[in-house]
Write a protein that binds this ligand. Structure first.
Ligand code: SF4
Length: 286
C-alpha cells in the first residue's frame, strides 16, 4: 500500500490540459497533409499515389481541377512522398472537425497547357476544416457550454457501425487518466436511451444498418450525431459496396464530422465541442 502511494506521489498529475492548453503532439504523429496550392506545380503524382482518392485530378480543355477531400484522407503520407514540388507537407494538424461535409473539401483550378502540363493557379476554394483553428480556453468553453445547453453533463453512446476498431482505441483513450474526459463533464453510457450524443465510427456495414437506425431512434431529442474517422465520414478505404453503405450520413443525419484514420483523442474532443455548439445554435434547451 505504501509503495502504491509513493509511486502515485512520484508520478504526479498525468492528465493533459487540452482543450484548455495547446496540445502537445508527439513528433512522430502523422496528421493531415497540408497543400500549398500556389506552389503546387503538378498534382498528378500525389493524386496517383493517394490510395483513397482523397486527391483527385480532372483535366478538361485548358483547365485542371484538383480536389482534396479530407473526409476521405487516411493521413497515410503517400502524397507527401510522391510530390516532387515540396508543396505537400505532412503536418500534425488534427483539428479539422466540421459541421458540413462540404467544408472538408478544397477545390483548386489551374491552367493546363496543350501537352498536359499544369499551369498557374487560378482559383482555390478552401473549406472550413482546413483553416487554422484555435484551442485557447476550450476546456472552460466546453464545460460551460455543456452545462448551459444541457443543464448537466453530456452523455455519449459510442456506436461501432462496422469499423476496424482503430477509432474505438482512440475513443477508449478518452477515458484514461491522460485524457480523462470526465473532468469536462462528458460521460460514456451503455444505452442510447440515456445518451445526448451518438459517436459513430465505421463505414456502416449493411449488417449494422438496422442497429444504427434503432440506436438513433432510441436516443431522446435533442440528440447529436458525430461521425468519426474517414470511414464514418465517407466509407474511407471501403467506400460504398455490397457490404458497406459509405458513411454515417447515408443512414442517419450527422451534426459533426471528425476526420482522421483514426482521429486522435484531442480531435474527438474538438469534434464534441463543435457538436455541443450546434445544439446551442438550435436553441435547445436552456
Ligand atoms: S495522406 Fe490523405 S491525401 Fe495524402 S495520399 Fe494519404 S489519403 Fe491521400
Amino acid at each position: 500500500m505504501f509503495r502504491i502511494l509513493t509511486k502515485t506521489a512520484q508520478t504526479g498529475l498525468v492528465t493533459i490540459g487540452y482543450p484548455d492548453a495547446p496540445p502537445a503532439i508527439p513528433e512522430a504523429y502523422r496528421g493531415a497533409p497540408k497543400f500549398d496550392f500556389a506552389r503546387w506545380r503538378d498534382a498528378l503524382p500525389a493524386a496517383t499515389a493517394c490510395p483513397t482518392g482523397a486527391i483527385a485530378v480532372r483535366d478538361e480543355g485548358e483547365t485542371r481541377e484538383v480536389t482534396v477531400d479530407y473526409g476521405l484522407c487516411i493521413y497515410c503520407g503517400e502524397c507527401t512522398a510522391a510530390d516532387t514540388t515540396g508543396a505537400v507537407q505532412t503536418t500534425g494538424q488534427f483539428e479539422l472537425a466540421v459541421r458540413r461535409r462540404s467544408n472538408l473539401v478544397i477545390r483548386a483550378e489551374y491552367g493546363l497547357t496543350a501537352d498536359g502540363v499544369q499551369g498557374a493557379l487560378r482559383t482555390v476554394e478552401i473549406g472550413e476544416g482546413y483553416r487554422e483553428q484555435t484551442t485557447e480556453k476550450m476546456e472552460a468553453r466546453l464545460r460551460r457550454r455543456i452545462h448551459e445547453v444541457l443543464g448537466r453533463s453530456l452523455a455519449i453512446r459510442e456506436v461501432d457501425a462496422g469499423s476496424c476498431n482503430g477509432c474505438e482505441v482512440e475513443v477508449t483513450a478518452l477515458n484514461n487518466p491522460l485524457y480523462d474526459v470526465e473532468r469536462l463533464g462528458i460521460h460514456f453510457v451503455a444505452s442510447p436511451r440515456h445518451a445526448d450524443m451518438l459517436l459513430v465510427s465505421g463505414p456502416v456495414t449493411r449488417n449494422m444498418e438496422l442497429a444504427l437506425v434503432k440506436a438513433y431512434r432510441a436516443t431522446p431529442d435533442p440528440k447529436l450525431v458525430v461521425a468519426i474517422g474517414a470511414c464514418g465520414i465517407s466509407g474511407g478505404i471501403f467506400g460504398r459496396n455490397y457490404a458497406t453503405l459509405g458513411g454515417v450520413d447515408s443512414t442517419i443525419p450527422v451534426d459533426v464530422y471528425v476526420p482522421g484514420c483514426p482521429p486522435r483523442p484531442q480531435a474527438l474532443l474538438y469534434g464534441i465541442l463543435l457538436a455541443v455548439g450546434r445544439l446551442e445554435e438550435r436553441g435547445l434547451p436552456k
